[in-house]
Design a protein around this ligand. Sequence first.
Ligand code: GRF
Length: 201
Amino acid sequence: MNKLRLAVFSSHSGSNFQSIIDAIKEGKLFAEIVCLITNNSNAYCVERAKQNDIRYYHISNSTHPDLSEYEQAILDVLSENNADLIVLAGYMKMIPSIIIREYRNRILNIHPALLPKFGGKGMYGMNVHKAVVESGEKVSGATVHIVDEIYDNGRILNQMLVEVSPQDTPESLAEKVLAIEHQLYPLTIQLIAEGKIMLDN
Ligand code: GRF
């Protein structure tokens, strides 16, 4: 069996990126991270790439002001590195539709709530946890889903739950959800590697 070749996209801290690196090192995930693509050269995810000898690329509208050159730069990196799967891990930019078409059903995202609830435009970061706490929901969690042309809309592949207690604040809920994201993302990618979650249906 060949290792799944992952291209990770991240914009900030990259703690989910780290959880995938760690799962591979620990032998829990049979995959290889072939590159990191970031739109933010100062982000901590770049440090994580350096520390782990992972090739990284800064591609943004400052490096490529022309949209078609920007899209082509990403496509070139993906094909040069023979990426099988694109793994969005806190990537704050919309994926251009030309890339979605080229990698249909092969782009994953992790969202810090139980989709289809609390998703869509504007639902990112602390906005999500604030909305969950304000709604009075008793459970929240994380969702791994396929990326299509619409925010947080693609097929749900896997979810993990956390309890929302009456004492929870958006900040405390964010911490609990991030902790399960770090289990859910590597686990879900491993289930894909094992053929237990199929991407093409
Ligand atoms: C996570 O909460 C993830 O669900 C969302 O962005 C956050 C990224 O965190 N898409 P990190 O950069 O992986 O630490």
